[in-house]
Design a protein around this ligand. Structure first.
Ligand code: NI
Length: 134
């Protein structure tokens, strides 16, 4: 396994960022500005708190959003873990060798300062996201 994966955030699908983030803000998380990502068809808000994992709230922009399917199936729920990697192409290749399917990307993500992201899925692992640090 590629042990160069560094935890980055937990992605949480939600119907309305404004409604879901209030719970976390009450627990002391600070919310980032909401950014629209038209490639992924989502609105994104990061939640940060010292010594707690970073959270990412994702609200669908429309029915084409993969988040809309997650919400329809499971309601508001955590649905991906994201890891930082130095070289996204190399890591995708490595994970494909372990039978992950490339779901989308790599593509620049506005909510991640333009860093490239990719989503991969494996039945026994679930959905993971990679974000390239460089
Ligand atoms: Ni994410």
């Amino acid at each position: 396994m590629d042990n160069k994966l560094t935890f980055h955030h937990i992605g949480i699908a939600c119907h309305r960022i404004e409604k879901t983030r209030t719970f976390y803000e009450a627990m002391g998380y600070s919310a980032s500005a909401v950014v629209e990502d038209e490639v992924q068809h989502v609105k994104v808000c990061f939640l940060d708190k010292a010594d707690a994992p970073r959270l990412e709230l994702l609200e669908p922009l429309d029915d084409k959003s993969p988040v809309a399917r997650t919400l329809a199936n499971a309601g508001v729920t955590p649905y991906h873990l994201c890891y930082e990697v130095a070289d996204i192409e190399e890591t995708i290749q490595s994970l494909r060798g372990e039978r992950f399917l490339l779901v989308s990307g790599p593509v620049a993500a506005p909510a991640m300062d333009g860093h490239r992201v990719a989503f991969l899925f494996k039945k026994d692992t679930g959905l993971i996201e990679l974000v390239e640090t460089e």
